[in-house]
Design a binder for this molecule. Structure first.
Ligand code: SAH
Ligand code: DHB
Ligand code: MG
Length: 218
């Protein structure tokens, strides 16, 4: 479901709080042109910035870079000595993101790691513990990414994940038509794990796609 269809209320938030600058606008245009505009909305970019500021997060892992739209929103919220490691699989996306990072003023806060997250994440363990993980890659792997986050973010750290409502489909009692059942089941499992009050202080911010926010309590 395209993110660029926005309601008047979202437009109002954009105008007041979440105006993308020229660079972010050019990323969105490039993604539109390529028909892969699945980046977060500007209001979600702004939300990520607020969460980073509230939390004082300095060391972040992002799983799923696309063209670096969310990465640049997040990097801009980091302090000078903050860093974001962002994992990107598709070589075309890697090239695109690299180009935009170079154009940004925050490229020294960003390291793009190229390849499948399942292969890259074990290498990142040596840089753990992290303050925050933002999960936004292949939906079926969310439970596996949560396994990694549980082991590699600090106690009190933040786990944020996009698309956890599957545009509303996750709320159906059974996998609806038009979605692979394994993807639906994986997301249900992911959400149920974060709902464990003994482990997490969590909720889903009800954006159209759903943005999970969880504080790891252990
Ligand atoms: N976070 C981005 C959007 C990410 S879209 C933004 O909001 O701007 C999902 C991205 O995850 C795509 O670039 C896709 O290539 C990547 N991806 C999908 N599966 C992956 C995997 N297993 N490992 C690493 N990256 C993956
Ligand atoms: C898709 C992926 C996303 O991360 C997103 O925000 C929207 C759609 C997708 O793979 O279709
Ligand atoms: Mg997403």
């Amino acid at each position: 479901m395209p993110r660029n269809i926005i309601t008047p209320s979202i437009q109002y938030i954009h105008n007041l709080y979440a105006q993308p600058d020229e660079l972010l606008v050019s990323i969105s245009s490039e993604l539109e042109k390529r028909n892969i505009a699945i980046q977060v909305g500007a209001e979600e970019g702004r939300m990520l910035q607020i969460l980073i500021a509230l939390h004082g997060a300095k060391k972040i892992v992002e799983i799923g870079t696309l063209a670096g739209y969310s990465t640049i929103w997040m990097a801009r919220a980091l302090p000078e000595d903050g860093h974001i490691y962002t994992i990107n699989k598709d070589p075309e996306h890697v090239k695109m993101a690299e180009g935009f990072f170079i154009l940004s003023e925050c490229s020294k806060k960003i390291t793009q790691l190229t390849g499948d997250a399942h292969k890259i994440l074990p290498d990142l363990v040596e840089k753990a513990p992290f303050d925050m993980v933002f999960i936004d890659a292949d939906k079926i792997s969310y439970p596996a990414y949560l396994d990694w986050a549980e082991n590699n973010i600090r106690k009190g750290g933040l786990i944020i994940a996009d698309n956890t409502l599957l545009a509303g489909m996750v709320a159906e009692d059974r996998p609806p038509d038009g979605i692979p059942p394994a993807r639906w089941k994986g997301m249900r499992l992911f959400n149920e794990r974060l709902a464990d009050k003994n482990k997490y202080n969590a909720t889903i911010i009800p954006t159209k796609e759903g943005l999970s926010v969880a504080i790891k309590m252990f």
